[in-house]
Design a protein around this ligand. Structure first.
Ligand code: GDP
Ligand code: MG
Length: 162
């Protein structure tokens, strides 16, 4: 079974997406040993797709103040143990320097990475729409992890990678 790592700076909605994918089987979520203390892993599901999913929770420790080096380290480690990366950005906030730091790591990786622009529910203004392309990771999938929108598109992008 393939492992999908949810990556991104603090507050973009990683844990919200993780919880949605893990659903009621969240009981299987547990702390993994290793450098990233707070990493969570669970059985992920998205429509017909099943996969292991990892939430890089340790990155929350410093909030927006998380050091770029720490973000890079967690991103690197998260992807290292996964087959596929889901790189979340906050479309309402647009692309931040921390997003650019993470994108730099992900562009260098051989592993497939999907750019996911979160918080796109309803008629929300999408500040990150044009900027997202500047990350050099292709076209973003537009989703709302909280409201469950765009997840069919996410599944369509993920399916051939699993
Ligand atoms: P993480 O730090 O990346 O794990 O982000 P969280 O999952 O903890 O979410 C951070 C904040 O963003 C919380 O207040 C969530 O309720 C909010 N959030 C997550 N997903 C969405 C979304 O799709 N739309 C909106 N508007 N808010 C979201
Ligand atoms: Mg989190």
């Amino acid at each position: 079974m393939r492992t999908v790592a949810i990556l991104g700076r603090p507050n973009v909605g990683k844990s919200t997406l993780f919880n949605r994918m893990v659903g009621r089987r969240q009981a299987l979520v547990h702390d993994l040993p290793g450098l990233t203390r707070d990493r969570l892993e669970g059985d992920g599901r998205l429509y017909d797709l099943t996969f292991r999913v990892v939430d890089t929770a340790g990155v929350e420790a410093g909030g927006e103040e998380t050091l770029p080096g720490r973000l890079r380290q967690l991103t690197f480690e998260g992807l290292e143990e996964a087959d596929i990366g889901l790189f979340l950005i906050d479309a309402r906030a647009g692309v931040t320097p921390a997003d650019q730091e993470i994108a730099e790591i992900l562009r260098r990786s051989d592993k497939p990475v999907l750019l996911v622009a979160n918080k796109c529910e309803g008629r929300a203004a999408i500040a990150g729409a044009a900027e997202a392309w500047s990350l050099g990771l292709g076209e973003p999938v537009w989703v709302s992890a909280e409201h469950g929108e765009g997840l069919v598109d996410l599944a369509d992008m993920l399916r051939p990678l699993l």
